[in-house]
Design a protein around this ligand. Structure first.
Ligand code: ATR
Length: 279
């Protein structure tokens, strides 16, 4: 019987995950189906249990259910525990394992696909919400010279920096406190782009040769990448590579085989006019 997987979200109609996992399944010759399921905002747990009862083997979880999935899982991987959020569920006979592949997906895109090592670099993470929490720990593990987390609500950035374990130097601050600092890598993990808002980044934040990375993606260049280009970032990348890599990592968790992502990323990029710009 074909194994069933899905992504739960609300909204979820726009999700590229079904197409990505169909491509991975074909490439790895895995007999599985993958669908998008719109869970009611108050009905996530019920939707998950209904899917398990119908034979579901695993699921991805997207906005706004990652924290609820964290609470629903009966066992957590260390990286999900640390992120405080779950984007991948594995349904076993007597347990529900919660994992988080977002941080691994970001690192794989940055280091392997874009050729940008983190070790020894000055890294700025923008935002201190769920998306930032999922990637802050893995970024620190990659041993940057410095990790600064900046957020509109500075207290959240300071709390996040304080909670992280790891040896690398890190600190949280508000945007104006970035004045006079510059970074090799600037990652946008805020949702400000969704409202078309430009983050108030002081001039000089982008060091020469720096990469601006937006975890968001869209049909057009995101407001953050537009700002980064105007302020002198040398390279611009949106989150399509991370999207494919977090999916590949989830696929590997479920199926024990890791798909190649290059063709899927090229296809995602061709289907949008999203940014991957070398200047
Ligand atoms: P997500 O799960 O996408 O991270 P979230 O937990 O609601 O969503 O976090 C949203 C992030 O985007 C936060 O860092 C938020 O800043 P605050 O903590 O100060 O709210 C940031 N954000 C959202 N809209 C913003 C805006 N207009 N300007 C600056 N930051 C914004």
């Amino acid at each position: 019987m074909t194994d069933r997987y899905c992504v739960f979200g609300n909204p979820v109609g726009h999700s590229k995950s079904p197409a990505i996992h169909a491509a991975f399944a074909a490439q790895c010759r895995q007999d599985l189906s993958y669908e998008a399921i719109l869970a009611p905002r108050e009905g996530f747990a019920d939707s998950v249990h209904a899917f398990i009862a119908a034979g579901g083997r695993g699921a991805n979880v997207t906005v706004p259910f990652k924290e609820e999935a964290y609470r629903l899982a009966t066992r957590l991987t260390a990286r999900a525990e640390r992120a405080g959020a779950v984007n991948t569920l594995v349904f076993g006979t007597d347990q529900m394992l919660g994992d988080n592949t977002d941080g691994a997906g970001l690192l794989r895109d940055l280091i392997d696909n874009l050729g940008r090592p983190i070790a020894g670099k000055r890294v700025l993470l923008l935002g201190a919400g769920g998306a930032a929490r999922g990637v802050a720990g893995p970024l620190l593990d990659a041993n940057p010279a410095l990790l600064v987390i900046a957020n509109r609500t500075a207290g959240k950035a300071r709390d996040l920096a304080r909670c992280l374990s790891g040896a690398a130097e890190r600190r949280g601050c508000a945007y104006p406190e970035l004045a006079g600092l510059s970074f090799d890598l600037v990652i946008n993990a805020t949702s400000a782009s969704l409202g078309g808002v430009m983050l108030p980044l002081p001039a000089g934040v982008f060091a020469s040769g720096s990469l601006a990375y937006d975890m968001m993606y869209g049909q057009q260049t995101t407001p953050f990448l537009t700002l980064a280009g105007n302020q002198g970032a040398a390279y611009l990348a949106d989150g399509l590579g991370m999207l494919a890599e977090q999916a590949a990592e989830a696929f590997a968790v479920w199926r024990g085989v890791r798909p190649e992502t290059a063709l899927v990323i090229a296809w995602l990029r061709a289907a949008t006019s999203g940014a991957l710009v070398t200047r």
